[in-house]
Design a protein around this ligand. Structure first.
Ligand code: GUN
Ligand code: ZN
Length: 433
């Protein structure tokens, strides 16, 4: 089997810096050796090169980091990014629900899935937890496109029997379509499934109960939904679920709060919810650009850290304003400050890589560029613009990383590699074969 050798500066986080010291793994001059898509060696160049005499080595110009893992994103909303004028509930009605109707057409779905995956790779994102629409064919199209690119992706059909006219399933349809999609796609190659009730307001109690049954019946599938994003949404949830002590509890009573559960946002959580999330091993996909864009609020990192809640980072396109998890990392820093929380740039990188991977239960495979992991990685350019070059010249590693997060986006992604193959080359303007 052919070995691939890549030489360059490598940075990864082996664990959450908030949980313990020595999380940063950085080699200024490293060698990465890949066999059949997996990393077989990583370490200082001189040491590793000695173990692989005769290995042809390609020099990668830039800072090599693990491929980004987007913990919450809606592929059907790609074309609705930057839709003006409303907070969550009105934005859904006016911009998002009409756009999602079009995914009843599998040809439309396939076209958007292709464009979405191209965009992800341009932004250095190699894995994601993705929502389709209520239409099973939207998820078929997404998985087919991800499989063709050999990407590690998780997706699910949205359950929404209380959705608007034309964008509604029934309890029975939702169950049957989810079962069929799990049977066909979960665990096939690098693909996984997430049971995906849209949020508490668009599913009946009966459908939320079915989601809990599906989660319990299928080991390894995730639960993916929204939680406590917007104040009006939270008031409507409280008005409907009068027995629930808080929003999370409305999910909990249907068996939806587990160590395989990923909740997007969690902007407005009582301490009880944070404690319950931590106890269950459930986690939150923090989506700062979305929270700023929809005026939802700012995620309280200090509260989550006090309770030990697992976190990842999500773009939440189309409410998010950038697919870049660099840019979302910079906004996460800005979301933390008003709460008195200073997000360290290395922790922001952890959230965008190993943190999200852990949340998605794919940390055994991707996220930290360790030996044995799949070779999904990105080559970043910290001098992608004249201003970035000025800011990063002579700077420390932490300063360079922070500049990449505050000033960087897809322009700073020079190359993206999947299973050791270059799939995006900024300077060539395309992926390699
Ligand atoms: N809550 C329910 N649906 C959605 C959605 O599509 N986007 C966001 N940001 N929040 C939601
Ligand atoms: Zn969302």
């Amino acid at each position: 089997m052919t070995l691939l050798g890549y030489r360059g500066e490598i940075l990864s986080l082996s664990h959450d810096p908030a949980e313990g010291p020595d999380a940063v793994r950085h080699e200024a001059d490293a060698l990465l050796v890949i066999e059949a898509g997996r990393i077989v060696a990583r370490g200082p160049y001189a040491e590793v090169a000695e173990r692989f005499p005769g290995l042809a080595v390609e020099h990668l110009p830039g800072l090599i980091v693990p491929g980004f893992v987007d913990a919450h994103v809606h592929y059907p909303q790609l074309g609705r990014i930057a839709s003006h004028g409303e907070q969550l509930l009105d934005w859904l009605e006016r911009h998002i629900f009409p756009a999602e109707q079009a995914f009843a057409d599998p040809v439309h779905a396939a076209g958007v899935a292709d464009a979405f995956l191209d965009e992800l790779l341009r932004h250095g994102t190699t894995s994601a937890l993705v929502l389709g629409t209520v239409h099973a064919c939207s998820v078929e199209a997404f998985f087919a496109a991800a499989e063709a690119r050999e990407l590690r992706m998780i997706c699910g059909k949205v359950l929404m029997d209380l959705g608007p006219e034309g964008l509604r399933d029934s309890v029975a349809e939702g169950r049957a379509e989810t079962e069929a999609l799990i049977a066909r796609w979960h665990g096939r190659g690098r693909l996984g499934y997430a049971v995906t009730p849209r949020y508490a307001l668009t599913s009946s109690d009966a459908q939320l109960a079915v989601a809990g049954e599906l989660l319990a019946a299928h080991a390894g599938v995730l639960l993916h939904t929204h939680l406590a994003e917007n104040t009006r949404e939270i008031a409507e949830v409280a008005a409907r679920f009068t027995d629930a002590v808080d929003y999370l509890d409305a999910y909990d009573r249907f068996g939806l709060v587990t160590d395989r559960s990923v909740f997007a946002h969690g902007v407005h959580l009582p301490d009880r919810s944070c404690a319950r999330l931590a106890e269950a091993g459930a986690g939150i996909a923090v989506c700062p650009s979305s929270n700023f864009f929809l005026g939802s609020g700012m995620f309280d990192f200090a509260q989550a850290e006090r309770h030990g809640v697992r976190l990842g980072l999500g773009s939440d396109i189309g409410a998010g304003t950038s697919l870049s998890l660099l840019h979302n990392g910079g906004l996460a820093y800005q979301a933390g400050l008003p709460h008195g929380y200073v997000l360290d740039p290395f922790r922001a990188l952890w959230l965008a890589t190993g943190g999200s991977a852990r949340l998605l239960h794919i940390a055994g495979e991707v996220g930290i560029l360790a030996e044995g992991q799949e070779a999904d990685f990105v080559v970043l350019d910290d001098a992608a613009t004249p201003l970035m070059a000025r800011r990063t010249a002579g700077a420390t590693l932490a300063e360079r990383l922070f500049a990449l997060q505050v000033l960087g986006d897809d322009r700073a992604v020079r190359r993206t590699y999947v299973l050791g193959r270059c799939v995006w080359d900024r300077d060539a303007g395309h992926g390699h074969a």
